[in-house]
Write a protein that binds this ligand. Structure first.
Ligand SMILES: [Cu+2]
Length: 144
């Protein structure tokens, strides 16, 4: 077992074999089982409600021209319940009030005029099945 060899090499275990020595060797197995369980659960949960597939501006993108709109593409129809834009260094987070409307998989939001800087978009959405999901992503607008 590779993990047991690692923990022995770290010097945390007594070299003498015994019952107490068996536990550290078992824990890596338990952790792996938990990881496997999470890996199975997370995609199912994510598939059950609206999550952000892509955005324009894209996450981590660097733009030369200020975007006039923000476009969010979700995995299923949703309405935005909260949306904000924060420019790095600015004390105030700008709230973008989402327009009320029918749930859509593609949501387009008009942006105010943006100055150069690094921005963080925070969103929260309510999907058709009643579940709420949220996330954030950043983009940078270069100085002219
Ligand atoms: Cu859901």
């Amino acid at each position: 077992m590779q993990a047991a060899a690692l923990s022995s090499a770290a010097g945390t275990d007594t070299p003498a074999p015994g019952l107490s020595y068996a536990w550290p060797r078992m824990f890596p197995g338990i952790k792996l089982a938990l990881l496997a369980a999470c890996a199975l659960t997370v995609p199912l949960a994510a598939g059950a409600h609206a999550h952000l597939l892509r955005s324009t501006p894209a996450a981590a993108s660097v733009l030369a021209v200020a975007p006039a709109q923000l476009q969010l593409d979700f995995s299923e129809t949703a309405v935005l319940t909260s949306l904000s834009l924060e420019r790095s260094g600015d004390p105030v987070r700008q709230k973008l009030t989402p327009r009320p409307g029918a749930p859509q998989a593609r949501l387009v939001i008009e942006l105010p005029p943006l100055v150069a800087g690094s921005y963080l978009v925070r969103w929260r959405a309510l999907s058709a099945d009643g579940h709420i999901s949220s996330g954030s992503f950043g983009f940078t607008l270069q100085a002219k």
